[in-house]
Write a protein that binds this ligand. Structure first.
Ligand SMILES: CC(C)(COP(=O)(O)OP(=O)(O)OC[C@H]1O[C@@H](n2cnc3c(N)ncnc32)[C@H](O)[C@@H]1OP(=O)(O)O)[C@@H](O)C(=O)NCCC(=O)NCCS
Length: 226
C-alpha cells in the first residue's frame, strides 16, 4: 500500500525532494550570469558583512544579527524543511579561494530564497506544504546590480520549486518604497494583490498555471506574437 505523502496532497507522491530534509544540500543551479549554490559555513562572514548595511536590512525586512547568530541562522537554514536558501554567485567575477568548492564558479554577491509557511500565504484552501512559497532576492553587491542576476536567480529558483516540489504559487512581499524590486517582480509577471499599510508592504503574486499559459502564447524566442 502506498504511504500518504506528508507534504503533497496525492497519496502517491510524484516528488521526492522532501525525502531529504535538507532540501538543496547538494543542489547547484547554473545560469548564464549567475550560479545558485547552497549557503555554506565559509560564506557566513561575507553574508554577515553585507547585513551590516541598514538599507539592506530595511529593504529585506531583516534584523541585525551578531556573527554567532548568523552562523546559527546558516545552520538552521541548511536543515530547514520549509525554507530553501541559495547564495548567488556572479559568474563574471573571480571566485574567492576561501569559499571552497561551493564557490568556484564566481564571487558571492547575494542570496535568493523561498519560504513555505504552513498556510495562509495565498487565498486558496487545502494547499500542501510546498504549493505556495514566499520568494525573496537580494543582490547585495551594488556593482553586480542591473545585470540581470536577480531576474535569472528568481527564474531558476521558481523553476526548481515547480519541478521538484510542485509549487503552484509564489508570493513576494516588497517594501512599498522599493521601486527597483517592484519593477523586478512586475517584469517577471507577478501581479499586485494588496498594500499592507501597517507593514509598508506590497504583496505580489505569481500563479504558475497562468504564467505557463502566458508563456505558451509567446513565440519560441520569448517575444509576443505579432
Ligand atoms: C531589487 C534587486 C534585487 C534587483 O537586482 P538586480 O540584479 O539589479 O536586478 P536585475 O538586473 O535582474 O533587473 C531585472 C529587471 O528588474 C527591474 N529593475 C531592477 N533594478 C531596477 C532599478 N534600480 N530601477 C528600475 N528597474 C529595476 C528592471 O526591469 C530590470 O530589467 P532591465 O535591467 O532590463 O531594465 C537589487 O537592487 C537589490 O538586491 N536591492 C536591495 C535588496 C532588495 O531590495 N531586495 C528585494 C527585497 S523584496
Amino acid at each position: 500500500m502506498a504511504t500518504a505523502c506528508k507534504y503533497h496532497a496525492s497519496p502517491i507522491c510524484q516528488h521526492c525532494a522532501h525525502q531529504e530534509p535538507r532540501l538543496n544540500e547538494n543542489t547547484q543551479l547554473v545560469g548564464k550570469a549567475c550560479v545558485l549554490v547552497p549557503y555554506e559555513k565559509s560564506m557566513v562572514e561575507t553574508y554577515h558583512e553585507w547585513m551590516q548595511d541598514p538599507e539592506l536590512l530595511e529593504l529585506t525586512g531583516s534584523e541585525p544579527l551578531t556573527l554567532e547568530e548568523e552562523h546559527q541562522m546558516q545552520q538552521t537554514w541548511r536543515e530547514s524543511e520549509d525554507k530553501l536558501t541559495f547564495i548567488v554567485l556572479d559568474r563574471s567575477l573571480p571566485p574567492d579561494p576561501e569559499m571552497g568548492e561551493a564557490g568556484v564558479m564566481g564571487a558571492m554577491v547575494g542570496d535568493v530564497n523561498v519560504f513555505f509557511p504552513q498556510a495562509g500565504l495565498v487565498e486558496e484552501e487545502g494547499l500542501s506544504l510546498y504549493e505556495a512559497g514566499e520568494i525573496e532576492v537580494m543582490i547585495a553587491v551594488s556593482s553586480s546590480r542591473r545585470r540581470g542576476l536577480a531576474k535569472e536567480a528568481l527564474g531558476m529558483l521558481q523553476d526548481y520549486c515547480i519541478e521538484h516540489l510542485g509549487t503552484k504559487h509564489f508570493v513576494a512581499k516588497i517594501k512599498d518604497h522599493n521601486g527597483p524590486s517592484v519593477a523586478l517582480f512586475e517584469r517577471l509577471g507577478y501581479r499586485f494583490m494588496k498594500h499592507v499599510e501597517v507593514f509598508q508592504e506590497l504583496v505580489y503574486q505569481l500563479d504558475v498555471v497562468q504564467m505557463q499559459q502566458g508563456d505558451s502564447k509567446l513565440n519560441e524566442d520569448g517575444t509576443e506574437p505579432a
